[in-house]
Design a protein around this ligand. Structure first.
Ligand SMILES: Cc1cc2nc3c(=O)[nH]c(=O)nc-3n(C[C@H](O)[C@H](O)[C@H](O)COP(=O)(O)OP(=O)(O)OC[C@H]3O[C@@H](n4cnc5c(N)ncnc54)[C@H](O)[C@@H]3O)c2cc1C
Length: 444
């Protein structure tokens, strides 16, 4: 497989110290490795939210589906993320989406984003999933006094987009909202979204897919895709013959699986630090008791939330290489950030730290559409770190397309195959200068 990160990114090391497995009260679901030839109508590659949602949507219509994943359930981003469910799957301001794609398609995109939050809620209700939900919408905080106006503007943009009110909280009132931190200078509460336990969610989707009759195989990487009328997927010990193909490999994609993806996606690392449970005293001393999930106004943003068991989860972007040295350096940066945000917790241990790959597109909007040059093949990826929500929706969109149905908002901007990044297999080289510039801008 032609992949653009160090081998370590595609192994288990980045999730060795992941917090989510310790929250489970039942054993993870297990599926066999494929060691036979299977025939089906639809083959799905990737068992994260995208692939599972696609498989669930297909199976709900009685379709015959095989799903293959190279790893065990929950290994990918879907089992290692921060669990923030909200809108925000594009890396463009609203006005740029409107300018680039036109007001009417932008409207469909904003509707799709909102519908994606509703779809996650529907899955939770329909499959009766207990995923430790909290947070009423989300809160966007200004990381410097100069960012307060932009945070307010974001609230106003949100009101325009969804006709929903936002609440502005000035710096001097943040403590009364349980948001006491010297690092933040104002906030807006926005009403759409909530937080969940991502691993419980992905396992719940696996079990639901199995109940719907999806044939699921783990530890089964697709190593070759042959086009012969339909598709033949080759795996180390077996084969799948399918009429149609759906690909949901996102940040773990390969440039040759299939070749149509080559250069069209850019994986980027995201990292999470989790503390030990805070005592009530510690929570009161810091004055941070809010159960809101938050994102700050940095371009290299932080996402964070006080978990139901009183641990603080802090996510951050901005590391480029996946090596031991880099993991240690990023962990140290995360700890410095944690201490700056929550100075009263400088003595609190942070025993969990892990990382994974999110995915960007050159168009800076997500993709859910037909793969160029591949009849009957579809893919969805590129949620810019907002995939707990959009991956589920985009998976459902490509399942609909594969069945010839159209029944939810699906903007043209998401149907267009993303342009290829410059620098081909070396496209990751564009990240260090971009990150350096963002860091400088965030600090100014
Ligand atoms: C640390 C971190 C924090 C995040 N926090 C948030 C958050 O709070 N909110 C939010 O909305 N989003 C968040 N995200 C992003 C979100 O997790 C992803 O957008 C989403 O999970 C993508 O789902 P997916 O199914 O497309 O991909 P994944 O869950 O990554 O699944 C892709 C799967 O494809 C499989 N695969 C790849 N190649 C092959 C092959 N050749 N054969 C078979 N299988 C293959 C992989 O094994 C993998 O399981 C975060 C991501 C990370 C890494």
């Amino acid at each position: 497989m032609k992949r653009i990160y160090e081998d370590m990114a595609y192994g288990d090391r980045p999730i060795q110290e992941r917090y989510w497995p310790s929250t489970l009260d039942t054993a993870p679901p297990e599926y066999p490795e494929l060691d036979s030839e299977q025939r089906c109508e639809f083959a799905v590659i990737g068992g994260g939210y995208t692939g599972l949602s696609a498989a669930l949507t297909l199976a709900a219509e009685g379709a015959d589906v095989v799903l293959l994943d190279a790893n065990v359930p929950g290994w990918g981003a879907s089992g290692r993320n921060g669990g923030l469910v909200s809108v925000g799957s594009a890396k463009l301001e609203d006005e740029d989406v409107i300018r680039k794609y036109g007001a009417s398609d932008a409207r469909v995109f904003f509707d799709a984003e909102r519908a994606s939050v509703d779809l996650v809620k529907e899955y939770l209700a329909e499959f009766d999933l207990d995923v430790d939900r909290h947070s009423k919408g989300y809160t966007f905080v200004a990381h410097k006094p100069g960012a307060v106006a932009a945070v307010k503007d974001y609230g106003a943009e949100y009101t325009k987009r969804y006709d929903l009110p936002f609440e502005f909280v000035p710096k001097e009132e943040m403590a009364a909202h349980g948001l006491n931190s010297p690092d933040f200078h104002g906030a807006v509460h926005l009403p759409i979204g909530f937080a969940l336990n991502p691993m419980k969610f992905v396992f719940g989707l696996y079990r639901a897919a199995q109940r719907r009759g999806v044939r699921i195989f783990s530890k089964t990487p697709v190593t070759q895709i042959e086009q012969s009328g339909g598709y033949v997927l080759h795996t180390p010990k077996g084969r799948v013959r399918a009429k149609k193909l759906l690909v949901g490999t996102n940040g773990y994609s390969s440039d040759d699986m299939p070749g149509a993806l080559s250069g069209r996606y850019l994986p980027v690392q995201s990292n999470i630090l989790v503390s030990r449970p805070l005592t009530e005293d510690e929570i009161q001393t810091q004055g941070w008791w809010s159960r809101q999930m938050l994102v700050d106004s940095r371009t290299l943003l932080h996402y964070f939330r006080l978990l139901p068991d009183n641990r603080m989860l802090l996510g951050l972007r901005g590391s480029v290489r996946v090596t031991e040295q880099n993991m240690a350096a990023t962990r140290a940066i995360a700890r410095v950030d944690f201490d700056r945000m929550f100075p009263e917790w400088h003595h609190v241990e942070t025993p969990y730290f892990w990382s994974g790959l999110i995915c960007m597109t050159r168009n800076l909007v997500p993709f859910a559409g037909a793969l160029p040059g591949m009849d009957g093949a579809f893919a969805a990826f590129g949620y810019h770190g907002g995939g707990v929500t959009m991956a589920n929706y985009a998976g459902a969109l490509i399942a609909d397309m594969a069945m010839g149905k159209s029944r939810r908002p699906h903007p043209d901007l998401m149907k267009r195959a993303p342009r290829r990044f410059e620098l081909g297999p070396f496209r990751r080289a564009s990240l260090p200068p971009a990150f350096a510039w963002y860091r400088f801008r965030d600090a100014m």
